[in-house]
Ligand binder design. Structure first.
Ligand code: GLN
Length: 424
């Protein structure tokens, strides 16, 4: 039956076909966006932190074997038994940290899921969460999704942690502090003394430490100290790490959480309803990697990344950037102020500069503002060095020509296409 002519065509109330307010406080990831831009410009992607080289053969074989052996259905939601046991052995072997695989270890879809599941499980709306700045982009949206209020404390490349500012950031409203060491993007490896100061404040204010130790094995200076190993911290620390960076398998999405049983119970509930679990055959493969790759693998990883760090650091200094060599992780945060003459109008801010560098020079970084609160990081960009030497050397060559780039507008097709599959 036809509608009466008077029937409204559209509802007169605001449309329900709209987005939830909880998504309005943050934007899409700039890091992932710059990866797409690099592909569009056929530019070297030094934006998103993923290696362009092979994962260890042992892991690939183990994953293929697991799939052939039909480990293709859900693992136990909090992680395959073999992997949780291998994680427990790893923490005991490396750090003397004992964890019960049945009650204190949860396997997640990357450290990314580990962080958001932990915050959703442990932080109440309105609680304050202390975050070091510059920070890894995800922590902003993570705290917003958990309805928490981030409180920032500076942690700049090469600078010691300002303990007075740290102490001033703590209050009875502090629920947790996110401790990312080695740190992305500052490259700082927190010292035992700095971690001790954080621990003391956590204990004094009865706050939790939620860590991100994903770069624990990519370190050039200092030691890696899980804050959970400091006195009084085991019962108030959520230790997060994963396989992505250590084993060069960022696409496998295998991360994990070590936390006291009571906290783990809540985290496991959130994790289960968010993702059910991480890929089962890949969990088996990571268990093999954790058990079988020995000290020589880890020494090789450090030596390899040290060479890459030095190559990119020298290239950036040579090109006119101001930057410090990181103590750990695989990022360099670089100030481009001295390149204003070459970049012209593009030097007005970090986004314009990063896009210009991607388009005109053929090297894509991440704008620095993604790692700071509103208004920060405007004269900075971040480069990764988790790439093969041919790529880093070609990036270095392109960056070296930076000073004359403004003068010659190179046609985009004129640049040689790179062979290594970097754009994928
Ligand atoms: N951690 C990496 C970075 O900072 C990438 C992480 C991601 O894109 N999921 O670039």
């Amino acid at each position: 039956m036809p509608l009466p002519l008077t029937a409204p065509r559209r509802p007169c109330y605001p449309s329900r076909v709209s987005t939830a307010r909880r998504t309005h406080g943050f934007r899409e990831s700039v890091i992932r966006g710059m990866s797409r831009l690099a592909r569009e410009h056929r530019s070297i992607n030094l934006a998103q932190g993923f290696p362009n080289f092979a994962a260890p053969a042992l892991l690939k074989e183990a994953a293929a074997r697991a799939i052939r052996d039909d480990i293709n259905q859900y693992a136990i939601t909090w992680g395959a038994g073999a992997l949780r046991e291998a994680i427990a052995r790893k923490y005991e072997r490396w750090y003397g940290l004992r964890a019960d695989p049945e009650r204190e270890i949860t396997v997640t879809c990357g450290a990314t899921e580990a962080m958001i599941s932990s915050l959703l499980a442990l932080v109440n709306p309105g609680d304050e969460v202390i975050v070091f700045e510059p920070f890894y982009e995800n922590y902003g949206p993570d705290t917003i999704l958990a309805d928490a209020r981030p409180v920032y404390v500076p942690l700049e490349p090469g600078e010691p942690l300002d303990l007075e500012r740290l102490a001033a950031a703590f209050s009875p409203r502090t629920r947790a502090i996110i401790v990312n060491t080695p740190s992305n993007p500052s490259g700082r490896v927190l010292t035992r003394a700095e971690l001790g100061a954080i621990a003391e404040l956590c204990i004094r204010y009865d706050a939790l430490a939620v860590t991100d130790e994903i770069y624990e094995h990519i370190r050039f200076e200092g030691e890696h100290v899980p804050i959970a190993t400091l006195p009084g911290m085991r019962e108030r620390t959520v230790t997060i790490s994963g396989a992505s960076k250590t084993f060069s398998v960022t696409g496998w999405r295998i991360g994990w959480i070590v936390a006291p049983a009571a906290l783990t119970d809540a985290i496991r509930k959130v994790h289960d309803f968010l993702t059910v679990g991480a890929p089962a055959p890949l969990q088996e493969a990571i268990a093999v990697g954790l058990d079988e790759l020995d000290a020589s693998f880890y020494a090789g990883l450090t030596a390899m990344y040290l060479g890459k760090r030095d190559l990119l650091h020298a290239a950036l200094l040579d090109a006119g950037f101001r930057c410090r060599a990181p103590e750990g992780a695989y990022y360099i945060l670089a100030d481009f102020t001295a390149l204003a003459a070459a970049a012209g109008g593009a030097a007005r801010d970090d986004t314009a500069f990063a896009e210009w560098l991607s388009r005109e020079v053929g090297v894509t970084p991440v704008p620095g503002s993604s790692f700071y609160r509103e208004g920060g990081g405007r004269s900075m960009v971040r480069f990764v060095f988790c790439k093969t030497e041919d790529i880093l050397s070609e990036a270095a060559r392109r960056l070296r020509g930076l000073r004359d780039v403004a003068a010659r507008t190179e046609p985009r097709e004129g640049r040689p296409a790179l062979e290594s599959g970097l754009q994928r």
